[in-house]
Write a protein that binds this ligand. Structure first.
Ligand SMILES: NC(=O)c1ccc[n+]([C@@H]2O[C@H](COP(=O)([O-])OP(=O)(O)OC[C@H]3O[C@@H](n4cnc5c(N)ncnc54)[C@H](OP(=O)(O)O)[C@@H]3O)[C@@H](O)[C@H]2O)c1
Length: 158
């Protein structure tokens, strides 16, 4: 199963401010929806609270140390990234998406196979950042669109 990080990142690395995303881009939301549809999306509890609803057509997995209820067909809570990945593997998904926020990206960046990063063309004030992308990552494609560009990274093979 491929583990894919998906994020939208401002020029200064910001991904969030005060618990939400500090910009609104319909095109970016459409890209996110199209890319993740049909596959599990794994997120931190704070990102879950900021979205505020189950994203349809995808298994929503929320990581938290707390007890949360109720679960439903498309919503489960788990207390570790490893359990989330194991759960997805057990369901024979071909891929799963790590959708943030900052804490979850940091935990997942060493396990991920690839990353799909939307580069927003501005700097913005915020309090949540995407982690450093080190030399273990290869930028393989850049798709320049009207409002932003989309970069795809894969792990450098040894
Ligand atoms: N631009 C983007 O693409 C994008 C995408 C997603 C989110 N965001 C933004 O990112 C910000 C939120 O990021 P954040 O770092 O503050 O929070 P987060 O990563 O969404 O959630 C953090 C919470 O997840 C749980 N958690 C973290 N690691 C865990 C682990 N290993 N096992 C089990 N539970 C774990 C904990 O929940 P408990 O405290 O309940 O234990 C922790 O408080 C928001 O501003 C959001 O809008 C931006």
């Amino acid at each position: 199963m491929k583990i894919i990080i998906i994020a939208a990142v401002a020029k200064n690395g910001v991904i969030g401010k005060n618990g939400s995303i500090p910009w609104h881009s319909k095109a970016e939301l459409q890209h996110f929806k199209k890319t993740t549809m049909g596959f599990p999306i794994i997120m931190g509890r704070k990102t879950w609270e900021s979205i505020g609803r189950v994203l349809p057509g995808r298994l929503n997995i929320v990581l938290t140390s707390k007890e949360f209820k109720p679960e439903s067909e498309n919503l489960i809570y788990l207390d570790s990234l490893e359990k989330a990945l194991e759960f997805c593997r057990s369901k024979k998904y071909e891929k799963c998406f790590i959708i943030g926020g900052s804490q979850i990206y940091k935990s997942a960046i060493n396990s991920a196979d690839s990353m799909i990063i939307t580069r927003m063309p501005f700097e913005i004030e915020g309090d949540s950042y995407f982690p450093h992308i080190g030399s273990e990552w290869n930028l393989i494609t850049t798709n320049n669109l009207e409002e932003f560009s989309i970069e795809e990274y894969t792990r450098v093979s040894i």
